[in-house]
Design a protein around this ligand. Structure first.
Ligand SMILES: [Zn+2]
Length: 501
């Protein structure tokens, strides 16, 4: 039985089955008799009413369906998701770990995982440089004064890590000294720092656009229940950037940002995304800079840009940044849970708050426009998507280990060692497997480690200066050592999705 109560815009519903009343969005099925197939999924402990002083109860997680076929289909989808979950694969492939003494949401990357992070970083930094970005290095922390100018202190303080005593605590314990004491906080974004760099000199309209990028380490105090693998963490690395431009340059710059993002997503083969146009919520003025006229005009401007670029998008109220509307690139993980991978924002508020200016053609001082943008997103989150996308079989350029050289007997050790050295000097991640095992076993081990190029050296290969290379699809080819090195370089240079020789 369903009861509903309307309060303003919202409807509250509760359901009753016999004695049991559930406050729930529903829907509930009319009769339990409709359920034919059950499966217990897991057990967990839970304190009565969530209070650790109370008795521990057992919570049962189960699922049920109208027939066995639907249940089996669900369980199969769940098994696949579990198998491809980046947290499980991250451990299996030895890419990252978490540690209870280090803390939640603070992943530690192994040497293999670090190779992948650095490879992504090099890929995007080089691409941005070509596209006119210049990178900066700015501090991980700043005085609260800086965040007061940006508005983070007023609108985002709960999400920040404040170091030492807050102003309130200092003025309570040391009222006289409070004025002169510094309160530092770890940065949740890099914008204010790059704005200070922009302000170091005067700019003419001829200097614009200025495109600053930074591979920035950021810190956000996510709630402990929200943390998950590499997707939601407290310290992360963002490919951050700010474009400071004249109003007349805004559309072209935004278009170029979209092109860059499209290129990145295509190269990584993460193409299953959609666009979300995130707007403010006029009822929550504490969450946003309260300037309805500016919100209206900047949302209109962004909508125009999106339409002109022919993007299909969904609109979402209450998802904007506190200083402006944004375009989000949204993707789902293997569990179907959606996250923002990349954002592009138009900012109407911060240029004025920071007093950013340029001298226009007419000799007057004007306020520029700002685009906040990412390009590859948060490296950790993007890596999670890549792990799930490839299930560990990464393309050659991204693979933590690219080439393994296997020998058929000891007599070939020095030749094989020389070859590995040559590969490494050419910039490839190569290693030698000269264990006293059968060749079959060594090939098998390399396949389990998903090494994309498995090279075998026997007397004939040495004699002819050739290599026999096996790829993960089972194909084996023999080619000259020089041709092999050329092919490795080509796979890397073109960020090839498929590894063939
Ligand atoms: Zn920013």
């Amino acid at each position: 039985m369903r009861y509903s109560l309307r309060t303003g815009d919202a409807t509250l519903t509760c359901y009753r089955i016999g004695e049991f009343v559930d406050l729930c969005r529903g829907p509930h099925i009319p009769r339990t008799g409709m359920l034919k197939a059950f499966k217990m999924l897991r057990l967990a402990g839970a304190y009565w009413r969530g209070d650790s002083g109370n008795r521990m109860l057992t919570r049962l997680y189960a699922t049920s369906f109208g027939d066995k076929k639907s249940l089996d289909a669900y369980l199969e989808a769940r098994r696949k998701a579990e198998e491809n979950d980046h947290v499980r694969l991250g451990q299996k492939l030895d890419l990252f770990i978490s540690n209870p003494n280090v803390g939640q949401g603070l992943p530690l990357f192994t040497p293999r995982g670090t190779v992948m992070m650095k490879t992504l970083q090099r890929f995007i930094e080089d691409e941005e440089f070509i596209r006119g970005y210049r990178s900066t290095l700015t501090p991980f922390m700043a005085k609260s004064d800086l965040y007061k100018i940006s508005g983070h202190w007023q609108h985002y303080k709960d999400g920040m890590f404040i170091m030492g005593d807050s102003h309130e605590e200092i003025s309570r314990t040391d009222p006289q000294g409070a004025e002169n004491r510094e309160v530092l906080a770890l940065r949740p974004m890099t914008c204010p720092f790059q704005f200070m760099l922009y302000k170091r000199k005067l700019h003419s309209y001829r200097d614009l656009p200025v495109r600053y990028s930074e591979t920035s380490m950021l810190f956000r105090n996510e709630a402990s229940g929200e943390m998950h693998g590499l997707t939601r963490i407290r310290q992360f690395t963002l490919s951050e950037g700010h474009i400071i431009c004249t109003p007349g340059q805004l559309k072209k710059e935004f278009h170029d940002v979209l092109k860059l993002i499209g290129y990145v997503m295509e190269t990584l083969d993460l193409t299953d995304y959609y666009y979300r146009f995130s707007k403010w919520d006029p009822d929550k003025t504490d969450k946003y800079i309260d300037n309805p006229a500016a919100w209206e005009s900047s949302e209109k401007a962004l909508k125009e840009i999106l339409d002109e670029n022919g993007l299909t998008y969904v609109e979402a109220d209450g998802e904007a940044a506190f200083y402006g509307p944004k375009l989000d690139i949204q993707m789902k993980n293997v569990w179907g849970k959606e996250d923002t991978v990349i954002t592009v924002q138009i900012d109407f508020a911060l240029p004025g708050r920071f007093g950013l200016t340029y001298i226009d053609r007419d000799g007057h001082e004007k306020t520029p426009m700002i685009i906040h943008r990412s390009s590859i997103g948060c490296y950790e989150r993007t890596l999670a998507l890549l792990i799930e996308r490839y299930g560990g079989k990464f393309p050659f350029w991204l693979s933590p280990e690219q080439v393994v050289v296997l020998t058929v007997n000891e007599a070939l050790d020095s030749y094989a060692t020389e070859l590995v050295g040559r590969l490494m000097r050419a910039g490839f991640r190569a290693s030698l497997d000269n264990r006293n095992e059968t060749l079959k076993r060594k090939v098998r081990d390399a396949q389990i480690a998903y090494i994309p190029a498995i090279v075998t050296i026997g007397p004939r290969e040495k004699e002819n200066d050739e290599v026999s290379v096996r790829t993960l699809d089972g194909n084996v080819r023999t080619l000259s050592t020089d041709a092999f090195l050329d092919k490795c370089a080509q796979l890397t240079r073109t960020f090839a999705g498929e590894t063939t020789f």
